[in-house]
Design a protein around this ligand. Structure first.
Ligand SMILES: Nc1ncnc2c1ncn2[C@@H]1O[C@H](COP(=O)(O)OP(=O)(O)O)[C@@H](O)[C@H]1O
Ligand SMILES: [Mg+2]
Length: 350
């Protein structure tokens, strides 16, 4: 049975640009799909097609059991879209904005009022409820916009980059609101450029690039696909680095001949690629101990979603015609720019 959001072979072109190039999606009821991808990947186009705002060139989409192409009006009544449907009126107060949405959806006046009050409370807007929206900060506007999308408790929600441009505190608040919403049974499709957002909120992740889904799975599955589990050790005494290196090399997945251990002399940090997880970590700790090597820090590091993304889209900037190169050169060239912008975003979140 198809999920609450289902798409098959969606294609949408704008002139030369294939914004969607055969997208398949299936989001089980009550779960969150994170649509992850760089700028221009096709995320917004996918959301616009699924929410009936844009007609695809070909393909099929079913949302909340309704055919997006054949029953657009019914679909619209069953969904919430944050950021687009809900036009916030700057000259109305937060409360009036929400009540107006209720009226648009033909809720009885008393119900519209109660619902507005409930949402204002839930989104921490009660204190500002009777101020005009034009006095609201960016974060407050986002919350009001999201509240407006929730007036009619849609079973399926779409959020296109809901936290872009928010400061860290507001982003965290919004994440909590979204988690609440999903705990209440809503199915959600969320697009984001923030990997930590997908990591935290999404049950499943679909990575899109150039209008195609290039990978999908849970965050853990994607990380496992990328591989790259490693043990990092910081030894206390620089003089013990060679002994520690030899010990770690014996556990390297690359085999002792090639060692595979990287050593950073100034931080006294040694890193070795491994498989075997926590069990191996415990073994390494015992071995280090039995040789009298004092350690300041040790840990098992798994790849981050960042690593996954760079690995997947590192050659994303390459021409589609040329076979994707596996080599490091492509990674370095294509991946570096993204790595930097990701890092900047990460810092923005901190
Ligand atoms: N209305 C439009 N007219 C022309 N090109 C568009 C239009 N909307 C999107 N595109 C193009 O389609 C591609 C995908 O865009 P979009 O879906 O907005 O990506 P994302 O949301 O992932 O950043 C981009 O190359 C973009 O320039
Ligand atoms: Mg977009």
């Amino acid at each position: 049975m198809p999920g609450a959001i289902y798409a098959e072979g969606l294609v949408k072109t704008f002139g030369e640009v294939r914004a969607l190039d055969g997208v398949d999606l299936d989001v089980p009821e009550g779960t969150v799909l994170g649509l992850l991808g760089p700028n221009g990947a096709g995320k917004t186009t996918a959301v616009r097609v699924l929410t009936t705002l844009l007609t695809p060139d070909s393909g099929k989409a079913v949302v909340a059991g309704l055919d997006v192409l054949k029953q657009p009006h019914e679909v619209r009544r069953s969904i919430g879209l944050s950021g687009q449907f809900a036009a916030i009126d700057e000259y109305l107060t937060g409360r009036e904005n929400l009540q107006m949405v209720g009226q648009l959806y033909q809720l009885p006046a008393r119900e519209a009022k109660a619902r507005a009050a409930e949402l204002l409370e839930r989104f921490n807007l009660s204190d500002a409820a009777d101020r005009t929206a034009k006095t609201y900060s960016g974060g407050m506007r986002r919350r009001l916009d999201l509240a407006a999308a929730l007036v009619v408790r849609p079973p399926v929600m779409f959020m296109d980059e809901p936290t872009t441009g928010l400061d860290p505190r507001n982003r965290l608040q919004l994440w909590e609101v979204i988690e609440d919403l999903v705990a209440g049974g809503t199915t959600l499709l969320l697009t984001t450029q923030y990997l930590e957002e997908a990591d935290r909120l999404a049950h499943d992740i679909a990575v899109v690039d150039h209008g195609k889904v290039i990978a999908r799975g849970t965050s853990d599955q994607l990380k496992a696909q990328t591989g790259g589990e490693r043990i990092e050790v910081v030894v206390h005494d620089r003089g013990q680095i060679p002994t520690a290196e030899a010990l770690l090399a014996a556990h390297s997945v690359q085999g002792a001949a090639q060692s595979g251990v990287t050593v950073e002399q100034h931080t006294r940090r040694l890193t070795v690629p491994v498989t075997g997880g926590a069990k191996l970590l415990a073994e390494v700790i015992r071995e280090l101990d039995s040789r009298g090597i004092e350690i300041d820090d040790i840990g098992l590091r798994r790849p981050t979603l960042d690593d996954v993304f760079i690995t997947l889209t590192g050659h994303g900037a390459e021409d589609e015609e040329t076979a994707p190169a596996e080599g490091d050169a492509t990674e370095a060239a294509g991946g570096k720019k993204k790595r930097k912008s990701r890092k900047q975003k990460k810092e923005a979140v901190k």
